[in-house]
Design a protein around this ligand. Structure first.
Ligand SMILES: NC(=O)c1ccc[n+]([C@@H]2O[C@H](COP(=O)([O-])OP(=O)(O)OC[C@H]3O[C@@H](n4cnc5c(N)ncnc54)[C@H](O)[C@@H]3O)[C@@H](O)[C@H]2O)c1
Length: 436
């Protein structure tokens, strides 16, 4: 790898390479607030993914889980019991995460709520001086992603996004090879999400279950009636709460594609097509989607995303995957499988097996709290990749090619699409981010 390429690779947040940028909080490493130097955490939203995170962080000897917080008391109590079983110490239980933010002994929060809460909770947490591990996609919309980045930088907080591929060895190695010119110049990267999802059916408004504070679940989003196919988990298929499967599973592969393509800015053009070709249910996002992003520059580059969430088969050996097309070869990668590198006549030159590594990503977050280094999936990385999700969904929704100004983060020449870089909010809700 040339020196320039290596420098660029390191700058882009190589997961495994030592010497990541140290940005220092008050010019020295952080002292965790907990007894015996432990890093004290609060887990917000211990649902599907939140419980995985809870177990992984509970297994780290340097961590103390002081709080679990969920608006569903059943889930909250189950999470508290799990922490007690694993660590022999029962955490406090709270329904409103502001109680965690008020506690000065808490160093960091883990946010695994639905997407519409990611930015409000992250921004409030940074304001309160907490470091944040926030699930992907980091934002519900482009504007909120920008505000999250500003909050992290203004308060000098570590904000790690839950794209664990950034701390996964075989993916880091593949990106290092791509940067080193192993397939020549990489001009096009593809990401695909080829899943077999179920229908969420049609449901009617109903009374929320007694163990759920639905008002707090909706939070700063405009109020809607409760219905059984909205939560848990199914919120990701609704515009007000999620980002479709492009933002759900797709964002992992999109992030890898952008990393391997070596682009550290936004695209300037987005063309898309798709819709609900298969499901007849209440989902609002496409089940079939193709998006092409074009990056401006002396040498243009393209990132392509494909999605079919009714596929009982995988694509090129991977349910979710990536292909990198270079001027001298091609690399095909699955984050759950491994990669193969082919030369100009399709000869297999190199391969590596590997599986996505969540715990490394979680340890990287803890390490950065102590050292002040930028995490592998820093919020700026998360914002650039989540913006692709949001732009792809907007272009598919309006059915037109979008022109995007990377500097101002505005869609130009299309008023309807331009409005969708933001969302609307419940009037005067305490969690509406300032400056939104
Ligand atoms: N990194 C990964 O591989 C991965 C995998 C799956 C999900 N995720 C992400 O994790 C997040 C959660 O997804 P999920 O499938 O677990 O959803 P889920 O609906 O199962 O869980 C979300 C939990 O958050 C709780 N919640 C909602 N609002 C809250 C609030 N204001 N305060 C506290 N708790 C609140 C809900 O009651 C629920 O228990 C999403 O952003 C998703 O994209 C990441």
């Amino acid at each position: 790898m040339s020196r320039t390429n290596r420098r660029r690779f390191l700058k882009q947040g190589s997961a495994m390479v030592a010497g990541a940028t140290v940005f220092g909080f008050s010019g020295r490493a952080q002292q965790p607030a907990g007894a015996n130097g432990k890093i004290v955490l609060g887990i917000i939203g211990p649902g599907g993914m939140g419980m995985n995170l809870l177990k992984s962080f509970a297994a780290q000897s340097e961590v103390e889980i002081a709080y679990v917080c969920d608006v569903d008391s059943d889930r909250m109590n189950k999470a508290a019991q799990t922490v007690e079983d694993l660590t022999k110490r029962r955490p406090k239980t709270v329904k409103d995460f502001r109680r965690i933010l008020e506690d000065k002994s808490v160093d960091a929060v883990i946010i695994a709520t639905p997407d519409h809460w990611h930015a409000p909770a992250t921004i409030l947490a940074c304001d309160a001086g907490k470091h944040v591990y926030v699930e992907k996609p980091c934002s519900h919309n482009i504007r909120e992603g920008r505000l999250m980045l500003e909050a992290a930088r203004n308060h000098k907080r570590v904000v790690q996004v839950g794209t664990q591929s950034r701390s996964t060895e075989h993916i880091t190695k593949a990106v290092e090879l791509l940067r080193g010119g192993a397939i020549g110049e990489v001009l096009v990267a593809k990401a695909w999400n080829s899943q077999l999802r179920g229908s969420i059916g049609h449901a009617k408004p109903a009374s929320p279950p007694a163990h759920l504070d639905f008002d707090l679940w909706v939070g700063p989003a405009p109020m809607v009636p409760y219905q059984s196919n909205l939560l848990h988990a199914n919120w990701r298929w609704w515009h007000a709460f999620g980002a479709g499967d492009m933002g759900n599973d797709g964002v992992h592969d999109i992030d890898i594609a952008r990393w391997g393509l070596g682009v550290e800015t936004h695209p300037s053009k987005v063309a898309a097509m798709g819709g609900k070709y298969f499901f007849d249910d209440d989902q609002q996002f496409p089940d079939t989607q193709y998006v092409a992003f074009e990056y401006a520059g002396a040498r243009k580059r393209q990132l392509i995303f494909e999605q079919r969430i009714w596929s009982p088969y995988v694509q090129e050996g991977h349910e979710n995957g990536n292909a990198f097309y270079g001027t001298k070869g091609m690399l095909v990668l699955g984050k759950g499988g491994g990669w193969q590198l082919f030369g100009p006549r399709n000869e297999l030159r190199e391969k590596m097996a590997g599986k996505v590594d969540g715990p490394s990503h979680h340890r990287n977050f803890l390490e950065c709290i102590k050292t002040g280094a930028r995490p592998h999936a820093d919020i700026e990385i998360g914002h650039l990749s989540a913006t692709l999700v949001h732009l792809g969904n907007i272009a598919t929704r309006v059915g037109r090619t979008l022109h995007f100004d990377p500097a101002t983060e505005k869609i130009v020449g299309d008023d309807e699409a331009a409005k969708l870089v933001r969302r609307s909010y419940r009037e005067d809700h305490w969690a509406v981010p300032k400056g939104v």
